[in-house]
Design a protein around this ligand. Structure first.
Ligand code: ADE
Length: 371
């Protein structure tokens, strides 16, 4: 059993990066549960590549180990492909986290996805990517304690507004360009850029989440078919080998979605959507500026080799595009540009209350549009 658990969590060949110990405080599970110290485990290969500013020095380094008994569950934040995400409160520090819980029984066929997600999140430190603080397991479940994106899904705001202005869309797209470029620089193809995975932190900055579909590939090439149909690049659907360019395609779909309220290729069924992606030109609404049309034409090229963002120019070509002319990339990377939407969070909940309260009792998230 332990071997199976360790295989899923990728522990057996990763002891260097964390301490694994029995949690003696857990009476219920004392005989079977392993708990793992916090993740502060940039593997040696990546250390040189990580910019110092992205290396976290928060709670994990001072807290020896955690298990599920250290957290109170408050409510469900969302459900994903292999489990659910709960809002939890760390009892000792009273800090809120998002806890992704995966049932081991449902993971047998997906061991690789889980290993990949955890491995990636352990390695990546970036202002626009959700941070993994801890990982541990119980006999039946795996848990990842993630940074809580208090602003929730970006697309909840899009639903309320209908569509975003070009300056708003360019702000979010630019933060995503930085997050994706960072992943690419580490050899990671994200592969699952879609509205649900773009969260906002409490200041309104993007936090990219959910790495279950990401792929680490030394040459950046891979050929597994996965992702959400509306956002999938033609080469993925065709089962061809693909690389980082698939993320730039998905970014193009996402920008189109932000500017119009829906993705460009949409049918009554999956096949119609796929047919559109494979063979149709995206319609460019009359109100798009020339900059938006040009950017989307470049990002939504069916041929990945001529797509904007493809090598040799890479993401530099995207950053220099006129659609992003108002973006100060240095200020943006330092989180010094003001987000267009600032979630205002009011917590009603007394600390001793937990579990059965619904989200609406817990916190109220407002937003105000700046630009
Ligand atoms: N839903 C999924 N992951 C989340 C996170 N980290 N924070 C808030 N909501 C989420």
């Amino acid at each position: 059993m332990i071997q199976f658990e360790e295989a899923i969590l990728g522990l057996s060949n990763d002891v260097d990066s964390m301490t694994i110990s029995k949690d003696e405080n857990d009476d219920d599970n004392a005989s079977t549960r392993s708990s793992i110290t916090a993740v502060d485990s940039t593997p040696h290969d990546y250390k040189v590549k990580l910019d110092q500013q992205y290396v976290s020095s928060t709670v994990e380094s001072s807290c020896p180990k955690v298990g599920s008994n250290d957290f109170d569950s408050l409510c469900v934040l969302g459900r994903g492909a292999f489990g659910k995400v709960l809002l939890v409160k760390h009892r000792a520090s009273r800090t809120l986290y998002a806890m992704k819980t995966l049932k081991k029984a449902s993971l047998v066929l997906h061991v690789n996805n889980i290993k990949t997600e955890r491995q990636i999140l352990e390695q990546v430190r970036h202002p626009f990517i959700v941070q993994l603080y801890y990982a541990f397991q119980t006999p039946t479940e795996l848990h990842m304690i993630l940074e809580y994106a208090v602003g929730g899904e970006l697309f909840r705001y899009l639903d309320q507004e209908g569509m975003f202005s070009e300056p708003m869309a360019s702000f979010y797209a630019a933060e995503l360009v930085l997050a994706l470029s960072h992943l690419h620089s580490l050899g990671i193809v994200y592969r699952d850029l879609k509205p649900e995975n773009c969260l906002l932190d409490q200041s309104g900055h993007i936090l990219l989440t959910d790495f279950g579909l990401s792929k680490v590939s030394l040459d950046g090439k891979t050929n597994t078919i996965c992702g959400t149909a509306e956002y999938m690049a033609p080469e993925v659907l065709a089962g061809l080998q693909y690389d980082y360019s698939v993320d730039w395609w998905s970014l193009g779909i996402l920008i189109y979605d932000m500017l119009t309220g829906s993705p460009p290729f949409k049918g009554n069924n999956r096949q119609k959507t796929i047919d559109g992606i494979m063979s149709k030109k995206p319609a460019m609404p009359y109100y798009f500026t020339n900059e938006a049309k040009s950017l989307l034409t470049g990002l939504l090229r069916k041929n990945p080799h001529v797509r904007l963002g493809a090598k040799p120019k890479g993401a530099d070509a995207i950053r220099k595009h006129r659609f992003f002319r108002k973006i100060d990339w240095k200020a943006l990377s330092e989180r010094h540009m003001d987000p267009p939407i600032v979630p205002l969070v009011v917590s009603y909940m007394p600390y001793h209350l937990s579990l059965s309260l619904s989200y609406s009792h817990f916190a109220c998230v407002f937003f105000r549009t700046i630009g």
